[in-house]
Design a protein around this ligand. Structure first.
Ligand SMILES: Nc1ncnc2c1ncn2[C@@H]1O[C@H](COP(=O)(O)OP(=O)(O)OP(=O)(O)O)[C@@H](O)[C@H]1O
Length: 663
């Protein structure tokens, strides 16, 4: 019996009619296509039962009319036409199925290899595909078949298979290339899945419809090619297929003799077989794509979070030291992160904020070894517990990722594979790290769903059946699967509406406190960050310009940039007032920055100090640091006082650029 949770919209148990087989039988095209194919298969299988004659026996008179003994008469050579037709189905289907499979196998192998390995492999395969596509199909088969003429059915199958793969390979290559760029493939690679598993478990199921279409197309091509070859007398005309029936009917003047059915029967059957392949092609495509098979399920009521425990204090879990990261572009190096040092304590939620383009994501990507070229770490170190993250080999990194730390990105719900059920995807991360026991996997999945507030029934849903918020919860559940010590969350809720964002953020915070994991949290919502973080780091132009406990940062922001940033947001309490952004724009990260990067936009700037001295970080209060010369004990207090005084009088605008988005 399905348990009913009050207030929730239960997912009905998967009725038989909702299974792939159920949908197959409810689809008129698949029923008609499969029905036709079944008739032909049964005809071939039961040929010895349906007719007493051998198809090649020449013992009867030529062109005998219809009779009880010969319901379809006889051929010019005295063979029973019904026997020829029934037995002909056997070889015709065999050629279609086996040559279709062979061509499909080659298409999949070449198409996937080209897309997955890229580079010279792709170039070589693409050239081969182009050569096969440029060569005219039928003449190519005729030439090839002429060499192996009279060798039975297998040479015909081989020739058709080897000449019929190129078009499918091109289509599958394009599909695989598109899939390779999808987030869920990148996520599978990041979670440690090997190339074979990625190809066979992640990519192939997503291509099932196309592969099936390819198979039916190739089978149709094979049947028609065999008929064409036989009809013109190439191939083995001593075999009995519908193609050779056409050949003999034409050669012996069946139409002139009035025996039109000798031509019509195999011709019409070939057309009907083609129709059944085409119908099955459409149906399989629909069934293999879960998006076409079910409705969207509604958001369930969230479960109540358990009481929250305080975070555990102790030595730094993550220690980033003087990390410098750049993008090596043709016009020079964009120095996106500049000698950043940050520590994250066990159980701590460290918020990271700053304007768009200040290097938050680059810092998160570089620290977790996810930076792709042209990004490169230019210096510094990252330690997570006992691991020197930047020095780990790919294999060592694979073992550490998900187990020691995991990552949730902006809109990372797109990492969910659309054709795999949520359950399989939750299991995946755990299986990649050696948890294979089904009971343990199931128990853990249930635990995780409970943690992030999703009903268990959704384990058996497909991603498209979940709302955006639920998908994001699933991704967070997956990130929690192996109880990592640290989760890096880069704007994990940006793609969601404000209400769902809040819910999920609160949920994340509750889970974090309950499990004692550390989180680096990047979000555009600074007031929320202040509310939920233990400490907040403010980044500007690739540097951490202020680091302080959240309440301290809120009550006494030290850096003028933080102060101006805070002024850009509505207050958490009190009346709402009109807010403006920070005038001006950050400096170019490609250029050398002398002095304070915020100098041009700062209302408290001290010319002659801030724009000439190398930037340093100063202690402002207990646990609060700021990269600002207002806190430099060597700068005379008169200069500081004058700068602060002048900031209280209206400032000339440095730039009339529109305010920037604050992230
Ligand atoms: N592939 C790239 N090539 C060159 N420059 C890049 C590349 N990716 C990012 N950058 C630059 O690096 C700087 C930091 O970008 P990053 O995405 O880390 O900032 P961010 O603070 O996370 O911004 P956002 O909040 O918009 O994501 C920006 O100036 C950006 O233009």
């Amino acid at each position: 019996m399905t348990a009913v949770i009050p207030g929730a919209i239960p997912i009905p148990r998967r009725a038989w009619k909702n299974t792939s087989l159920g949908r197959f039988f409810r689809n008129p095209r698949s029923v008609f296509g499969a029905g036709l194919l079944l008739i032909f298969v049964l005809m071939g299988l039961f040929a010895p039962v349906l007719t007493p004659y051998s198809p090649s026996s020449l013992e009867f008179d030529a062109f005998m009319p219809f009779s009880a003994a010969h319901p379809l008469g006889t051929t010019a050579l005295g063979q029973d036409i019904l026997a020829q037709f029934l037995y002909g189905a056997r070889l015709t289907l065999l050629v279609g199925a086996v040559a279709g499979l062979l061509a499909t196998f080659l298409s999949v192998a070449f198409g996937l290899a080209a897309a997955y390995f890229g580079g010279w492999v792709d170039e070589a395969i693409n050239t081969l595909i182009n050569v096969f596509l440029v060569l005219p199909g039928l003449p190519l088969i005729i030439v090839a078949a002429a060499f192996i003429r009279g060798g039975g059915v297998w040479p015909v199958i081989v020739v058709i298979g080897f000449t019929g793969w190129a078009f499918g390979a091109r289509v599958l290559r394009s599909q695989a290339l598109a899939l390779r760029e999808r987030d869920f493939i990148a996520a599978a690679a990041v979670s440690g899945e090997g190339p074979l598993r990625i190809i066979f478990v992640e990519m192939l199921p997503n291509m099932a419809g196309l592969i099936a279409a390819n198979f039916f197309g190739a089978a149709l091509y094979a049947v028609l090619s065999e008929a064409g070859l036989s009809f013109i007398g190439v191939g083995d005309v001593s075999l009995v297929t519908w193609g050779t029936m056409l050949y003999w009917a034409q050669a012996k003047g069946a139409l002139l003799q009035g025996a039109w059915w000798w031509v019509a029967l195999p011709g019409l059957s070939i057309a009907l077989l083609g129709t059944s392949f085409a119908l099955l092609n459409f149906a399989v495509d629909e069934i293999s794509n879960p998006k076409l098979g079910g409705g969207r399920l509604k958001m369930p009521r969230r479960t109540q979070a358990a009481p929250i425990a305080a975070p555990v204090a102790g030595d730094a879990l993550l220690s980033i030291k003087e990390l410098s990261v750049g993008y090596l572009t043709p016009t020079g190096v964009v120095r996106a992160v500049r000698e950043v040092s940050l520590d994250v304590q066990p159980g701590e939620l460290l918020g990271l904020a700053g304007e768009s383009g200040c290097g938050k994501s680059t810092l998160a990507f570089a620290a977790t070894r996810l930076l792709d070229p042209p990004g490169a770490v230019l210096g510094g170190s990252v330690r997570l517990a006992q691991h020197d993250l930047l020095a780990l080999s790919p294999e060592e990194l694979r073992k550490v990722r998900w187990k020691e730390f995991s990552i949730v990105f902006q809109a990372s719900m797109s990492v969910l594979n659309p054709v795999l059920k949520i359950r399989e995807q939750v299991y995946d991360a755990m299986q990649a790290h050696g948890v294979t026991d089904k009971a343990k996997l199931d128990a853990r999945a249930r635990e995780l769903f409970d943690l992030v507030g999703i009903q268990m029934q959704y384990l058996d849903a497909y991603p498209h059946q979940l709302s955006g918020g639920m998908k994001q919860r699933v991704v967070i559940a997956i990130a929690l699967a192996l109880e990592p010590k640290l989760i890096v969350m880069d704007e994990p809720t940006t793609a969601l509406d404000v209400v769902v964002q809040r819910q999920i953020l609160q949920e994340i915070n509750a889970v974090r406190k309950r499990l004692g994991i550390s989180i680096i949290f990047i979000t555009h919502d600074l007031s929320l960050l202040v509310e939920m973080s233990d400490r907040v780091a403010i980044m500007y132009a690739g540097e951490v310009v202020e680091l302080a406990p959240a309440h301290q940062l809120y009550a006494h922001p030290a850096h003028p940039y933080t102060q101006q940033l805070m002024n850009s947001f509505p207050p958490m309490t009190g009346p709402r007032t009109r807010r403006s952004g920070i005038p001006g724009k950050p400096p170019s990260l490609s250029a050398e920055i002398v002095g304070c990067p915020f100098f041009e936009r700062c209302t408290k700037r001290m010319p002659g100090v801030c724009d000439v001295k190398p930037l340093q970080t100063f202690t402002v209060a207990e646990n609060q640091t700021a990269a600002c010369f207002l806190y430099d004990p060597t700068v005379p207090s008169e200069i500081k006082d004058s700068a602060i005084r002048s900031s209280q009088t209206p400032q000339p605008e440095v730039s009339r650029e529109p305010a920037h988005t604050i992230n």
